[in-house]
Ligand binder design. Structure first.
Ligand code: NDP
Length: 240
């Protein structure tokens, strides 16, 4: 049994979620790690880790994973609602199925993640919700149409959750990264969009490591519960 509180992370099988799992685990936290690729969660080999094959679109599976982890390690003190996909592309040519997938995972998935822990945090008057948005939740790009829509959604609900939860002493932090080196673009099928993205990335000297984002998340979490960084905007220095 670890002496630090339990941290739950969706999308912990790669990228920012994986880096955050490693950083919190190294800081002594038990972790509830969720994603569809269970083999990738297992490969992390972290101590005091509850690994669950969870699709964030499945509200019941999320709630069951949280209940099981809490029975072993006590209440979830931070939910990092991180899981997301970026099917960037020309909106006039993009199959609408890609819109559906982004909307379901990036918006409803975040809501489901919050729902699994929110009432416990309210009852304890303690907890942190870390909501994954993006720089694309603050400004728009022509080939990010639905992705931007989902991330603006996360920004909007985070603001509303913060207003609602502040009197209950629950912190809501919205995270807005710029270009981070992860697998996030692996699912992009629009070659022109991909080429433009890569050219822009190269022009600013490349993206930054997910480890930097993970350290920032830990630092924000470690502030006294009475203090909150409301939004974390982290980009490569040359990204505008
Ligand atoms: P990755 O593709 O490396 O990670 C995405 C994670 O989300 C994976 O662990 C994946 O796991 C998980 N995931 C995707 N769909 C689901 C689902 N239906 N249910 C459960 N888990 C799911 O990319 P990033 O680390 O970059 O992405 C993490 C978040 O950061 C996303 O929300 C993304 O939009 C956001 N972001 C990323 C930026 C970047 O430049 N990299 C910039 C701004 C925001 P699995 O496939 O195993 O289910």
């Amino acid at each position: 049994m670890a002496d630090r509180p339990l941290i739950a992370i969706t999308g912990a099988s790669s990228g920012i979620g994986e880096a955050t799992a490693r950083v919190f685990s190294a800081a002594g936290h038990p972790v509830l790690l969720m994603a569809r690729r269970l083999d990738r969660l297992q490969a992390l080999s972290l101590p005091n880790a509850v690994l669950k094959q969870v699709d964030v679109r499945d509200r019941a599976a999320l709630a069951a994973a949280v209940a099981d982890a809490e029975s072993q390690y006590g209440p979830v003190d931070m939910m990092f609602a991180n899981a997301g996909i970026a099917r960037l592309g020309d909106i006039a040519k993009q199959p609408p199925e890609e819109w559906d997938e982004m909307i379901d995972i990036n918006t409803k998935g975040v809501m489901n993640s919050v729902h699994a822990v929110m009432n416990g945090m309210i009852a304890r008057r303690h907890g942190t919700l870390m909501m994954m948005s993006s720089i694309a939740g603050r400004k728009v790009y022509p080939d990010h149409t639905v992705y931007c829509g989902t991330k603006y959604f996360v920004h909007a609900v985070s603001e509303s959750f913060r207003e609602y939860l502040a009197p209950h002493d629950v912190r809501v932090i919205v995270l807005s990264p710029g270009i981070i080196d992860t697998e996030v673009l692996d699912g992009v099928r629009d070659e022109t969009t991909l080429a433009n993205y890569r050219a822009n990335k190269e022009a600013i000297g490349g993206g930054i490591s997910a480890d930097i984002v993970a350290e920032l998340i830990l630092n924000a979490y470690n502030l006294p519960q009475k203090a909150i960084v409301q939004e974390i905007v982290i980009t490569p220095t040359r990204q505008k």
